[in-house]
Design a protein around this ligand. Structure first.
Ligand SMILES: NC(=O)c1ccc[n+]([C@@H]2O[C@H](COP(=O)([O-])OP(=O)(O)OC[C@H]3O[C@@H](n4cnc5c(N)ncnc54)[C@H](O)[C@@H]3O)[C@@H](O)[C@H]2O)c1
Length: 290
């Protein structure tokens, strides 16, 4: 089908970014959230991001104006479903919420509309099974912050059709992203590799092989990673990383067993930047210290 209208459900961190990319890609875009104030904040963020794009020379001012004219908001999932050819949900990572939405999508969306989830870890096939159109259900895993991150992992569930994957490639490319296709499996590609790198970094730190600063420096300067594994885990949250490792350990095996040091830091409340201390200490305004 020819996608003209993209519906985005959830206007939080990811949903507003996805709506930004969709509108900039030339799609009529409808953004919806259960919280009216989040919707307003999401729209303000989109405007600000477009303005910043223009001032940094990344976005043409005519594209900014077109994108803004293409975005609208809605307070009704049903209405978004009726209008959209491509629906993406970006509500919190709870299966119950996703299942409720996929049920609504299936009930109210156009028969040929694609139903996508931005889930980072949940089973797309479980969502697809709530519908009478599993062949049109798919994962579209965007990265944060969406305007800057160029990748989308398109997650193919067992019943997702080739046509749906082709539509996702087209939509992703018009949004200015590169697409990779991955079979539904725990951690997809990026989360799985990243969890192993992060866990190995903790194993080296625990064994006293090198300091956190030197491990970060080695990966940045020697392997060209934009951030070191400890800088990254402090940003993501050690608790978030630990729960990912536990999930991968339970589904993929021993290789993913969380290192005891990350468990210890989480137990001590050292969750990263959000608590002022993770691997590094952010409590003073100067450079972080170990
Ligand atoms: N934050 C990230 O870095 C990131 C990266 C990739 C994927 N994801 C995935 O994206 C999804 C959203 O994450 P987020 O960080 O944007 O969450 P968020 O909490 O920032 O935003 C979720 C939004 O959904 C709204 N919402 C809740 N229930 C709703 C409903 N029934 N209908 C409409 N809106 C509803 C909330 O009001 C909130 O504004 C999750 O599945 C998450 O795993 C997140």
């Amino acid at each position: 089908m020819d996608v003209k209208t993209v519906g985005v459900i959830g206007a939080g961190t990811m949903g507003r970014g996805i709506a930004y990319a969709a509108a900039l890609g030339g799609y009529r875009t409808i953004l919806e959230d259960v919280m009216p104030e989040t919707l307003a904040k999401g729209m303000a963020w989109i405007k600000q991001s477009l303005d910043e794009g223009v001032s940094r020379g990344k976005v043409e001012s005519s594209s900014r104006n077109t994108a803004l004219a293409l975005i609208e908001t809605s307070s009704s999932v049903e209405n978004v479903c009726r209008e959209a050819d491509f629906l993406i949900e970006a509500v919190p990572e709870e299966m119950e919420l996703k299942l409720e939405l996929f049920t609504l999508f299936d009930k109210f969306a156009k028969p040929e509309a694609v139903l996508a989830s931005n889930t980072s870890s949940l089973s797309v096939s479980e969502m697809a099974e709530m519908t009478y159109r599993p062949e049109l259900c798919v994962g579209m895993h965007f990265f944060n912050p969406v305007p800057k991150m160029r990748l989308i992992e398109v997650v193919r569930a067992p019943k997702t059709s080739d046509k749906t994957i082709a539509i996702c490639r087209e939509v992703g490319s018009r949004m200015g992203k590169e697409v990779v296709v991955v079979k539904e499996s725990p951690g997809f590609i990026t989360t799985r590799v990243n969890a192993l790198i992060g866990n190995e970094a903790f194993a080296m730190l625990e064994a006293g092989i090198a300091s956190a600063e030197d491990i970060d420096k080695a990966l940045k300067l020697g392997l060209n990673h934009p951030m070191g594994p400890f800088e990254l885990v402090d940003l993501v949250g050690l608790d978030v990383r630990l729960s990912i490792l536990e999930y991968l350990h339970s589904t993929l095996g021993e290789k993913y067993k969380p290192n005891p040091l990350i468990k210890k830091l989480v137990a001590e409340g050292r969750l990263g930047r959000k608590t002022g201390r993770g691997v590094y200490d952010y409590s003073s305004p100067s450079e972080p210290k170990k």
